[in-house]
Design a protein around this ligand. Structure first.
Ligand SMILES: Nc1ncnc2c1ncn2[C@@H]1O[C@H](COP(=O)(O)OP(=O)(O)O)[C@@H](O)[C@H]1O
Ligand SMILES: [Mg+2]
Length: 332
């Protein structure tokens, strides 16, 4: 497999009247061609800011990408997304990288028909003429499972249900057969049945188009049948990353264990497990110089209050940022 995206030491901050928000604090990860990476973590841990930084969609000011690299590969050649000009980025967004966000209503233009919005992207990125773009848009609508696509082409966003709007957003995102699809909590606003349909649609398109996918969610339950890799974020940092099966079978970080404990499911005694992690996510305004999870962690010992644990390999395809070996019940 070859890399498609390599992110190194991404740091993004927001200068606010109350102080500096340390939203993303040195995030690194690799994405291989055709692979799916899930980024999980509670709300406010820097998932969205991470991907918005890569897409260069952070509002600046107050936002600021302070440092880092985000290499997008094209064969052996690579370009740093963080250094590209805005016209170059416009070409990449919706071209090589498609994206869908939580609320399609804010991303869709209410005064243009669904069909016009998709066709517009085809004219801009692929240089199609109007007729070609219209014809191709109808095919795309059918491909994302919108019934009666010829008729639906002329509908406005408000005439679509939430699930249909998200399908339309997916049509826009895949219109130019991107190599990477970034999906930021695309199913959070939808009811459970529709959520499952959208997940299935993305799985199907991913295979068909050979896309790599970055799927952001606060819900580990969605991830199991979808991701190859799971990356858990806490306080703007990656605290655990593992091949998906390893993460479920042998979670290492107490935070991940907490997230898995919070999964709605039945334990051996047949009772519902709904343990949640006590306490609240960290204050990103004044990040501590020790493990950010220590205040909520039942395993924390003196070292956890003195240093920030680095993300280190603990096995094949498994990294964790924690000084305590939960399996052995003692420090590493
Ligand atoms: N425009 C902004 N101005 C100030 N702070 C922001 C802005 N956008 C995001 N943040 C802060 O960055 C942190 C990370 O947010 P975000 O990436 O959206 O979290 P997640 O997607 O994991 O829920 C949060 O503390 C959030 O308040
Ligand atoms: Mg978010």
């Amino acid at each position: 497999m070859s890399p498609i995206l390599q992110v190194r030491n991404l740091v993004t901050r927001f200068d606010t009247v109350d102080g500096i928000v340390h939203a993303v604090n040195g995030v690194s990860f690799d994405l291989e061609e055709g692979e799916t990476l899930a980024i999980v973590g509670e709300s406010g841990c820097g998932k969205t800011v991470t991907v918005l930084s890569l897409l260069r969609l952070i509002p600046e000011p107050p936002g600021r990408i302070e440092s880092g690299e985000a290499m997008l590969y094209e064969g052996a050649a690579r370009r740093d997304l963080l250094k590209l000009s805005e016209p170059e980025m416009r070409h990449i967004r919706g071209g090589r990288i498609g994206f869908i966000f939580q609320d399609p209503m804010t991303s869709l233009n209410p005064v243009l028909t669904i069909g016009e919005q998709i066709a517009e992207s085809l004219v801009e990125h692929l240089g199609m003429d109007r007729d070609q773009a219209c014809e191709h848009t109808i095919k795309l609508l059918a491909r994302v499972g919108i019934p009666d696509p010829e008729k639906r082409y002329s509908n406005y966003p408000h005439q679509f249900s939430g699930g249909m709007r998200q399908r339309a957003m997916i049509a826009i995102a895949i219109a130019c057969t991107p190599e990477i699809l970034i999906a930021d909590e695309p199913t959070t606003a939808l009811d459970v049945t529709v959520q499952a349909q959208i997940v299935d649609l993305v799985k199907h398109l991913r295979t068909e188009l050979g896309m790599a996918v970055i799927w952001i969610t606060h819900d580990l339950g969605v991830v199991a049948g979808l991701a190859d890799w799971v990356q858990v974020m806490y306080g703007g940092m990656v605290v655990e990353r593992a091949f998906v099966d390893y993460l479920y079978e042998r979670p290492q970080h107490p935070y991940t264990i907490g997230l898995l404990g919070a999964l709605p499911g039945l334990d051996r005694k047949g009772t519902r497990r709904l343990v949640s992690i006590e306490g609240t996510p960290p204050e990103l305004m004044r990040p501590p110089s020790h493990c950010q999870f220590a205040p909520r962690c039942s395993y924390a010992f003196d070292r956890c209050w003195q240093e920030i644990p680095p993300l280190l390999p603990v096995g094949v395809r498994h990294e964790v940022a924690c000084f305590f070996n939960v399996e052995k019940g003692r420090p590493w």
